[in-house]
Design a binder for this molecule. Structure first.
Ligand SMILES: [Zn+2]
Length: 266
């Protein structure tokens, strides 16, 4: 892979990252999961209105919309009202850039790399949306499940039968766990979205990937809880913590390791 190709892929990843930001911030409003802010109620979609400062509503200048560069140019503050703009925007753009290069390096310049990049983009959106709103929208988890089966039909990341079993077992395992948790503890411990996300990961990575994904996700979630506790946040047995970001990261790690590390599985 030439440097020239890598640079073009990275720039494409960066551009797609800024589109993912739009999905992350507007998707939950469009899907009716969170209330729109005042003045956003009418005619709101992925393309309209043009990007504006969340504080003063001033439209953002075109050259400040350039991924990463724009954020550095305005030094993380609105050029008009000087209020802070969330660092999540450039972080998502950077993550999409790294995901495009990771897919390219692990799968080469191929359809499979494109497929893996689509998976990474969905996981990035789901992790960010769950962290912000506590929801893993069906509008993303269900297509991701079907895309996983389609991707394995086209590019055989894992045998198609393993993918189908993975989708069923992934969804079933967490749905069952959520059922018993609700039965014995009297309140929801896991969202239904977590089960659909694990089903989607099973559809991409096969049933064999489910145990390592769950194990790594649990470790990541515990590390995150420890980090929050260290920063003085009150944590109790009933504190609702989004499991989606841990599940998404664990899924991306295991899916990549299956290809990048020979003999990772068995
Ligand atoms: Zn502003």
């Amino acid at each position: 892979m030439s440097l020239f190709h890598s640079i073009w892929i990275a720039l494409t990843g960066l551009a797609i990252g800024s589109f993912l930001n739009v999905v992350i911030y507007r998707g939950p409003i469009i899907w009716g999961l969170v209330e729109p802010l005042e003045g956003q109620k009418t005619n709101f979609n992925l393309a309209f209105p043009r990007s504006h400062c969340p504080h003063c509503k001033t439209q953002i200048k075109a050259h400040h919309l350039i991924p990463l560069m724009g954020y550095l140019l305005i030094k993380g503050h609105c050029a008009h009202c000087h209020k802070k703009i969330s660092p999540l925007y450039p972080m998502i753009e950077l993550a999409a850039l790294l995901a495009s290069l990771l897919a390219l390096w692990v799968w080469g310049f191929s359809g499979a790399a494109f497929g893996a990049f689509i998976l990474f983009c969905f996981l990035l959106c789901l992790a960010a949306i769950d962290a912000r709103t506590g929801y893993l929208p069906d509008a993303l988890t269900l297509p991701l499940l079907w895309l996983g089966l389609g991707a394995n039909y086209l590019w055989s990341f894992v045998p198609l039968a393993d993918a189908v079993i993975g989708a069923v077992c992934g969804y079933g395992a967490l749905a069952l766990l959520a059922f018993f948790y609700r039965r014995f503890r009297g309140h929801d411990g896991l969202g239904g979205g977590d089960a659909k996300l694990l089903g989607a990961l099973g559809a991409w990575a096969g049933w064999m990937a489910l145990p390592p994904i769950l194990m790594i996700a649990a470790i990541l979630a515990l590390v995150w809880i420890g980090f929050l506790a260290l920063r003085g946040k009150q944590i109790s047995a009933t504190t609702a913590l989004p499991f989606g970001p841990s599940l998404a990261l664990a899924g991306a790690l295991v899916f990549t390791a299956q290809k990048a590390i020979p003999d990772f599985m068995f």
